[in-house]
Design a protein around this ligand. Sequence first.
Ligand code: 6GU
Length: 226
Amino acid sequence: MRIDIITVLPQLLESPLSHSIIKRAQDKGLLEVHTHNLRQWAVNEYGQIDDYQYGGGAGMVMMCEPLSNAIDSLQKDRTYDEIIYLTPDGETLNQKIANQLSLKGNLIFICGHYKGIDQRIRDHYVTKEISIGDYVLSGGELAAAVLVDAIGRLLPGVLNDETSALTDSFQDNLLAPPVYTRPVDFRGWKVPDILLSGDPKKVEAWRYEQAVQRTEQRRPDLLGEE
Ligand code: 6GU
């Protein structure tokens, strides 16, 4: 998979994408992430990419021309399955969306800033709009990093047995059960006996029951859906 990210702050994306599992995905050649500074396509020598909004009001809007030139330039070299705009008014990201996107080949992410991007780019270029939750970030970059992580770890070959996505929270609309490691007794706080029983069937049944209980208590909304 290849992800091209159009941003005014490429530095902000560097660190989150160069560690741990997402770094390994790139090192293994399973994921390529390329960031592109939108200023390359600025409309003048001052590097302008935003302007006042028609109709008045506070806040700048990211202009059509730099964005369309950026996207056109990327599309000269390859075709993209989705052009995704990261925006708080997009569809809220969940595991199902991450699963679906992990099956695609090439993606463009557009990170918004200020009041967002000109609506015409959304109407004529963008194919999907995604939010990472009901709160406002100062730009789409951290949301883009979240999306790259959520998708990247699902690509075949990225995770091994230890990090397997199969037992994640949300993978089957259930939260993950509690987990324990050594020691068996820490300050008198004991590991549940069943996990020490050596009976994989019993362990599996206990984990399932715990997952259901936890989901009922914390996220009943997950149980009523699909
Ligand atoms: Cl995708 N962008 C911004 N700026 N804020 C957000 C968001 C995205 N998702 C949640 N809040």
